[in-house]
Design a protein around this ligand. Structure first.
Ligand code: ZN
Length: 505
């Protein structure tokens, strides 16, 4: 459905990108050029927050942030909303955004020094000023570079969400030749550099009802066109339309209620509102068996999960989803599927550790999904993963490739979840140290199957060793388990607060 034509790159001449080896992909989709937001961020070393599963990305510029959502033509610049000529689209796990309006917005509001051009060649990768020069001369032979274009006409088109104004000129322009500003609610001024006009001709054009009058003033090297407004517009966007060779000025009306609601929906999709609690094992799979008459792993972790859920459910803004609430067997793959289907924003898997025989080994561990580094971490992951032997043959098939390091790495490529998972782990580790009387072995990493599929920040907690008599005793004490639940609860709330602030603040 998306017929991308020749691949193109965005060439930025100023400011010099931090990462000049990184091409900024441009795709042409139905005649509109789209730019990869990830590439743009990467080239400039701009931090991002990306949720692949919901198709959302935030770009953190030095002073501002821009939020984009796939299939949504509204872009949020800090707390302001802008409408783009088309929706952002998700292609190959990258968010592509209508290039010209995005770049114009960035230039006008946060990177005023931005100078760019779009390269028609497929292989131009890196950016330096000489090449840009060469490119722009080659691109506009005898056009604007040679002289100044005469603006010949202005046409107005009223649309449902505003007005499109097309200005004809024989030359070609780049978007850096334009600037607009509102003066109060009555006037909008558009300046076109490298243009001239006959003031009387352009000023006498009769606009639509949205305008009182038009005043065009040539200054020699530029033209300023003033539009006196009969109604209030929210924003303006100007770019050179390569298809028609027009200068296209779009004025947007304030948003109606329907659109406002859509924006609210887009905002809340980021909020940490659904927590998935995954008590490990269950049913025919006891996990680490209880000794000395103590509970099995499956019962300890279910009890802790229910306690965490009970605390969370008091908060009306949070929905709790359990992979199991009773003593039933759930295949590992099913657990992340439950999490993804519930559109979970956090996944927390609870387990209890063991050594081969009774031993003194003790302590809490918080695991991130990464190929295990230490022998020990690999062993623990193997033990937890071995549950799949109890699963049906059909279930087992689902894990093909799970062991593969490249698979685990691929799962981490979109590293925003990983950064969030690290934060989640460190909050847990800190709160357990403060609230739970148990040795804390800290944050580690291993290839747990149960973490592979969940497409959200995720963490696996090993709540201690059931093979250590002292620790097993603690795990069997309801008061102790309540403390654990409170530490997890506090960590989730802290994570939510930090994360929600990043999104809406
Ligand atoms: Zn386990």
């Amino acid at each position: 459905m998306l017929a991308a034509s020749v691949s193109e790159n965005l060439l930025v001449s100023y400011p010099v990108p931090k990462n000049t080896d990184h091409p900024i992909k441009i795709l042409t989709v139905e005649k509109t050029r789209y730019l990869s937001a990830q590439d743009f961020a990467e080239a400039f070393g701009i931090r991002t927050y990306y949720r692949k599963e919901s198709g959302k990305i935030v770009l953190f510029f030095e002073k501002n942030k821009i939020k984009l959502t796939a299939n949504n033509s509204f872009l949020m610049f800090d707390a302001q909303v802008f409408q783009m000529p088309g929706p952002a689209v998700l292609i190959d796990e990258q968010i592509f955004v209508p290039a010209v309006s995005f770049l114009t917005l960035v230039k006008q509001n946060t990177l005023p020094e931005l100078q760019y051009a779009i390269s028609p060649t497929a292989e131009t990768i890196y950016v330096n000023e000489n090449r840009i020069d060469h490119f722009s001369r080659a691109k506009t032979p005898g056009g604007k570079v040679a002289g100044i274009s005469d603006l010949t006409s202005i046409r107005f088109e009223e649309k449902a969400n505003g007005v499109a104004i097309r200005i004809k000129a024989p030359g070609t322009f780049t978007d850096s030749d334009f600037s607009t500003f509102f003066k109060g609610e009555d006037w909008l001024y558009l300046t076109i550099y490298g243009a001239n006009c006959d003031s009387a001709t352009l000023s006498s054009i009769f606009p639509t009802n949205s305008f009182q009058k038009v005043v065009a003033i040539p200054t020699g090297s530029s033209v300023q066109i003033g539009f006196q407004l009969n109604r209030q517009f929210k924003s303006a966007d100007v770019h050179f339309d390569m298809r028609t060779n027009d200068i296209l000025l779009s004025l947007f009306l304030p948003l109606n209620r329907d659109i406002k609601r859509k924006i609210e929906e887009a905002k809340t999709a980021w909020i940490i509102d659904t927590i998935v609690l995954d008590p490990g094992h269950g049913g025919k799979d006891p996990g680490t068996p209880g000794r000395w008459g103590y509970m099995h792993e499956k019962d300890i972790v279910l009890d802790v999960a229910l306690r965490v859920g009970k605390l969370l459910e008091k908060n009306r803004k949070i929905k709790v989803v359990y992979t199991r609430k009773t003593d039933v067997f759930i295949p590992i793959w099913k657990r992340s599927e439950i999490a993804n289907q519930a559109d979970g924003k956090l996944f927390i898997s609870l387990h209890v550790n063991a050594t081969k025989n009774i031993s003194n080994a003790e302590g809490l561990e918080f695991y991130l999904l990464r190929p295990g580094r230490s022998e020990e971490a690999i062993k623990i992951a193997e033990t937890e993963n071995s549950v799949i032997h109890l699963e049906d043959d059909a279930d087992k098939l689902k894990y093909q490739g799970y062991d593969d390091i490249t698979n685990i790495l691929a799962n981490m490529v979109h590293s925003t979840n990983m950064k969030d998972s690290e934060l989640l782990a460190s909050l847990h580790s800190r709160n357990f140290t403060q609230m739970v009387a148990q040795k804390n072995r800290g944050v580690k990493q291993a290839g747990f199957y149960v973490l592979v599929g969940a497409d959200m920040p995720k963490l696996l907690c090993e709540l201690g060793y059931n093979t250590n008599k002292e620790e097993a005793k603690k795990l069997n004490n309801p008061k102790h388990r309540q403390k654990m639940a409170e530490a997890i609860y506090k960590s989730i709330l802290e994570f939510k607060e930090l994360s929600d602030k990043t999104i809406s603040g």
